[in-house]
Design a protein. Structure first.
Length: 315
C-alpha cells in the first residue's frame, strides 16, 4: 500500500486482514507481523501523550499526558483510563528499575525521580556541576542497573509542556550508575531524545530529533562508557522520538513529521535497514512492548493510544 490510509480505516468498520496499516518493506519484517492482528485504538481524548511503561504485575500501562500535567493508567482488562498521579511535574518519559519502581523524567522540576513503593518520590538527579538540568525527556535502564536519560530541554521551551526557562547546560545524554555521581555520557547530539539498549546490552541507540539531524545514532558500550558513535539510520523526511528494541535486535521507532504515509512506527533491522512500517493517523511520540508475552506493541501518538500484537517480543 502507498499513500495515506482511507478515513474509514479508523471508523467503526471492521478491519480486513492483513491490516493495510502494516507495511512490509523488507522480507525480514514479514516474520514479525501476525496475519490476523490489526492496529487498535485503545483510548483517545488526551493532549500529548508520552512515556508508556508496562506494569505486568498490575496488568496496566502507565503513561504521561504532558500538557495536562498528569500520569495516567490504562487497564488491560477493563480498557479504562484513570489518573495515576496528578499533578505529575509535567512528566515525560518513564521506565521501571530492576525493583519494579517507576522512574520518571519531569519537565517542571527539571529532574529525574523514582516513585517508591509507598508512593513517595525520590529525586535521582536535578542538576549537574551546580547547574539545573534542562528538562529530562526519556529514560532507559542499563544492563548494570545504571539509569540513562536524555536532557534536550523541550520542557523549558514553552509553558505548554513545563515552564519556559533558559538552559544552563548543553544538551546531553546522562548516566547515573549505582553509587556514583551523575556523568555526561554523550554531548555530541543536538536534541538527544529517545534511547534504548540492544538485547546484549553492548550498544546504546539514541535519537537526535533536531531538524538538522533526524537520525538514530548508535554507541558501543565499554565498561559503562560509550565509544564509537555513528549514524545507525536516517529518519528523513520526518524524525523519531521514543525507541525500543525487540529480542531479535530490531529497533522500533515512534515517528512523525513526515506526513500521512510516514507517521506511526518505523522498524529497523540491526544493520540499520528500514524493514517495516505501521501507519497511524497521528504523530507518534513513544512506544513499549506489553502483555504477558511482551508481544503487544503499545504506541503513544498525539492524542491517543494504539496497540498491535506482533510475532516478536520486546526486551
Amino acid at each position: 500500500m502507498t499513500g495515506p490510509l482511507p478515513p474509514e480505516r479508523w471508523s467503526d468498520a471492521p478491519t480486513r486482514y492483513p491490516d493495510i496499516a502494516v507495511k512490509i518493506l523488507d522480507p525480514r519484517f514479514g516474520a514479525l507481523r501476525l496475519f490476523n492482528a490489526a492496529v487498535e485504538r485503545l483510548a483517545t481524548g488526551f493532549r500529548w501523550v508520552e512515556g508508556p511503561v508496562w506494569f505486568g504485575d498490575h496488568g496496566c500501562l502507565v503513561f504521561s499526558d504532558i500538557p495536562s500535567d498528569r500520569l495516567l493508567r490504562w487497564d488491560a482488562v477493563t480498557g479504562k483510563v484513570s489518573v495515576f498521579r496528578s499533578p505529575a511535574g509535567f512528566a515525560n518519559g518513564n521506565a521501571r528499575d530492576a525493583q519494579g519502581r517507576l522512574i520518571t523524567c519531569e519537565h517542571l522540576g527539571r529532574r529525574l525521580t523514582r516513585t517508591e513503593y509507598d508512593g513517595s518520590l525520590t529525586v535521582l538527579a536535578d542538576g549537574y556541576q551546580g547547574k539545573p538540568l534542562n528538562a529530562p525527556s526519556d529514560v532507559a535502564l542499563g544492563p548494570d542497573g545504571s539509569v540513562w536519560f536524555t536532557d534536550p530541554g523541550h520542557g523549558i521551551m514553552n509553558d505548554y509542556e513545563g515552564r519556559r526557562a533558559t538552559a544552563e547546560l548543553p544538551t546531553a545524554v546522562y548516566r547515573l550508575a549505582p553509587g556514583h555521581a551523575l556523568e555526561q555520557a554523550v554531548t555530541s547530539l543536538v536534541h538527544p531524545n529517545g534511547l534504548c539498549f540492544s538485547p546484549d546490552g553492548l550498544r546504546l541507540y539514541v535519537v537526535d530529533s533536531a531538524p538538522e539531524s533526524r537520525n538514530i545514532h548508535v554507541f558501543d558500550l565499554d565498561g559503562g562508557r560509550l565509544v564509537g558513535g555513528r549514524t545507525f539510520a536516517s529518519l528523513e523526511p520526518g524524525t523519531a522520538d521514543g525507541i525500543r528494541c525487540d529480542v531479535h535486535g530490531n529497533v522500533w521507532a515512534a515517528t512523525g513529521g513526515g506526513g500521512e504515509d510516514y507517521d506511526g512506527v518505523h522498524v529497523f533491522a540491526s544493520d540499520g535497514t528500514r524493514i517495516g512500517q505501521i501507519l497511524l493517523p497521528e504523530i507518534s511520540s513513544n512506544l513499549c512492548f506489553a502483555g504477558p508475552a511482551r508481544n503487544r506493541l503499545i504506541v503513544t501518538a498525539s492524542q491517543s493510544l494504539y496497540a498491535i500484537y506482533l510475532n516478536t517480543a520486546g526486551l
